[in-house]
Design a protein. Structure first.
Length: 441
């Protein structure tokens, strides 16, 4: 009788998990909670952390990378921010990179993660980090670096921008946005590059570049510059004007590139607000076309493609006016999200996402499984345990096997199982009393 009940419970216990397709953050200027849209409602995602800075979504929508600061230490040391990975299938959060914050002799050092994304094959996470080092109360130096780490253990695989010296990211644009190509062997991000002008010093501006993985060494190397930022100076006022590029995103097919081109009218003294514009181009940077512009005084905070490639979803936030001028910072609590057609640039605000930033959409449409009609079998071994088999689940798909003891009121996670494991057979211990099992996305 217990075996029959167990078998019936397995067959009837399948359920599908509901996951929203659009993710974003919303909250105060310092604390952004993570949300998803489900059936027209904004539903919070509980990652276990209260802050989700500059998140990145995997192309299939399963993994979210984000940064969050350490708790204040209370000893005058600035807290660093760490890199986290949230699995939407298992609802588990892992700290991938634990950044150091403390004193090195008389120097204080701390790190801030800038932005990140996991590769489509799940092996790598590329992220930018800003490293500050200061002596006592004196001004310090800032260095931005790009790291590629193993998603499994956080070990740095490549550091292609290390040892280049201090970096003054006056536009707060470098490494804002990381986007992988579908093959997982290339990604794009903004990087400071010399644009061929000396005024009187060499002018370096944030440029969209591509990094490729060398198949021989496994190192990631700078492969191409995909955009051409501009610089000019008014000879009578000496005011410098810059056009910088940031928040790049590769299209679902890998053939297109979109990014923000930000006009900085007064890069010398910051007396004028910036103008954010959206550009679409081929993935090699050619054929760049201006799609739309926003009112002055708004800066970029996110850009993503829709899964069919027909539109972009972008967010802009009000620029901070420090009283003496406009600075490269955003008021994330005063933000707006827009849909922009990639065909004609027609733009419309997504009003239900008011005060939201960093919109994220999966670039790969993953078809849901019909778990209720999944063919399953349950056999008992000579030892008394059971073997669960199911066919029709893709090998790379991961489901959660859950157990409830004695009733159907609550299920706890038992183990993750892949489609290939279900095809071969998963061993289940029946336990001492009646047990109910179910598979869940």
């Amino acid at each position: 009788m217990r075996v029959l009940l167990f078998a019936i419970c397995v067959l009837l216990g399948f359920s599908t998990g509901v996951r929203g397709q659009l993710l974003f953050t919303s909250g105060t200027d310092t604390n952004q909670a993570l949300f998803e849209r489900i059936n027209g409602a904004s539903v919070p995602i509980n990652t276990g952390l209260g802050t989700h800075n500059l998140p990145g979504l995997s192309r299939d929508g399963q993994f979210v990378t984000f940064s969050a600061p350490d708790p204040p230490q209370g000893n005058g040391i600035n807290p660093s921010s760490d890199l986290y990975l949230y699995d939407r299938a298992t609802r588990q959060t892992s700290r991938i990179v634990d950044n150091f914050s403390g004193f090195d002799g008389g120097f204080q050092t701390w790190n801030d993660v800038l932005s990140s994304q996991i590769s489509p094959d799940g092996q790598f996470i590329a992220y930018g980090v800003s490293i500050f080092r200061g002596l006592g109360g004196t001004a310090g130096s800032n260095t931005n670096e790009l790291n590629i780490v193993s998603a499994a253990n956080g070990v740095i695989i490549s550091n292609p921008t290390g040892a280049r010296g201090a970096t003054s990211d006056a536009f707060a644009a470098e490494f804002r946005g990381v986007s992988f190509f579908p093959n997982s062997q290339s990604f794009v991000t903004p990087l400071y590059r010399f644009i061929g002008i000396s005024d009187p010093l060499p002018i370096e501006l944030p440029t969209i570049v591509r990094f490729d993985r060398d198949p021989g060494s496994g190192e990631w190397v700078l492969a191409a510059e995909l955009s051409s930022p501009q610089w000019s100076r008014n000879p009578s006022t000496f005011i410098g004007t810059a056009s910088i590029h940031t928040y790049p995103s590769i299209s679902p097919s890998g053939a297109g590139l979109a990014y923000f081109s930000v006009l900085v009218p007064d890069a010398s003294t910051g007396t004028q607000p910036w103008v954010s514009r959206v550009v679409v181009a081929n993935s090699d940077g050619s054929g760049a076309t201006l799609l739309t512009s926003f009112e002055p005084g708004f800066v970029p905070t996110g850009l993503t493609w829709t899964a069919d490639g027909t539109a972009l979803v972008v967010s802009v936030s009000q620029q901070v006016n420090a009283g003496t001028g406009f600075i490269p910072a955003s008021l994330r609590s005063q933000s707006s999200v827009f849909s922009v057609s990639t065909a004609d640039g027609s733009t419309s605000q997504i009003s239900e996402l008011g005060n939201s930033v960093a919109p994220m959409l999966p670039l790969v449409v993953v078809q849901g499984l019909d778990l209720a009609n999944l063919p399953v079998s349950l056999t008992r071994s000579s030892s008394g345990d059971f073997t669960l088999r199911a066919s029709g689940v893709p090998d790379s798909t991961t489901l959660m096997l859950q157990r409830s003891e004695g009733d159907l009121s609550s299920f706890g996670d038992l183990q993750q199982v892949s489609g290939s494991e279900l095809e071969e057979g998963v061993s289940i211990s029946a336990g001492e009393g009646p047990s109910f099992f179910r598979l869940k996305e």
